[in-house]
Design a protein around this ligand. Structure first.
Ligand code: DC
Length: 218
């Protein structure tokens, strides 16, 4: 059976960690749409293209061949997975992700992948725009403090110098931009199942999601 699962929620709620595990468990292709917006941001910044240069940005996106190999994002043959999570990209991505023309191009690409494969896709607008007919939609949340703590631990593990307060402020700023932008703002789809992971560990969330998937498989 071909299946599509949408996971939306704010930055740092654990979407990608959980989507990866669930994807492996049920043999679904994991599509990290945030990574795609980050890759556009990385390439645009490398080329010195600002968010207001929409025509140049569209040409840039058209010149990018993006695909996933497991959870790694390959852009024009280069694995950008690690580079796109650097704080410089995190702090600039919202500006590029707010551009309707860029969103339209990435949404088209995301939909075309979902037509070919069973997918678990995470992002901000998956349940509301990209996969409106997804078999299951989840909206994953956690408090800003808990999300900042997780991001802090993750960056520290990778030996990237950061301080907690800065990360918390960045998360609050990004939440604001993601929920207040005009084009496809972050919002819970009416038919999405909300899971607050502040006090539930990764396995707990995977179990909750698995129960729903098993429900449609049986
Ligand atoms: O999930 P993430 O933090 O890697 O996402 C990076 C940025 O991209 C985030 O600021 C919101 C944006 N984004 C989006 O607008 N739509 C998506 N489907 C996924 C991410």
């Amino acid at each position: 059976m071909k299946m599509s699962i949408a996971i939306d929620g704010p930055a740092g709620a654990g979407k990608s960690t959980i989507a990866k595990i669930v994807g492996e468990k049920y043999n679904l292709m994991y599509i990290n749409t945030g990574a795609m917006y980050r890759a556009v941001t990385l390439c645009a910044m490398n080329e010195g293209i600002n968010p207001d240069q929409v025509k140049e940005l569209c040409e840039l996106v058209d010149s990018l061949e993006m695909h996933f190999e497991k959870e790694n994002l390959i852009v024009n043959g280069v694995d950008v997975t690690s580079e796109i999570t650097m704080p410089l990209i995190s702090n600039n991505v919202s500006k590029y992700a707010a551009i309707p023309e860029i969103r339209a191009k990435l949404v088209e690409l995301q939909r075309s992948i979902s037509k070919k494969y069973s997918v678990i896709m995470d992002g901000r607008d998956i349940g509301t725009v990209v996969l409106i007919n997804a078999d299951l939609k989840f909206f994953l949340t956690a408090s800003a403090e808990e999300r900042a703590r997780r991001r802090y631990e993750e960056l520290r593990t990778r030996e990237i110098e950061v301080d907690y307060e800065t990360i918390l402020n960045d998360i609050i700023k990004r939440d604001y931009m993601d929920t207040h932008r005009e084009a496809d703002p972050l919002t819970k789809a009416a038919d999405a199942i909300e899971i607050n992971s502040s006090n539930v560990d990764i396995n707990g969330v995977v179990d909750i999601i698995s129960t729903y998937i098993d429900g449609i498989l049986n």
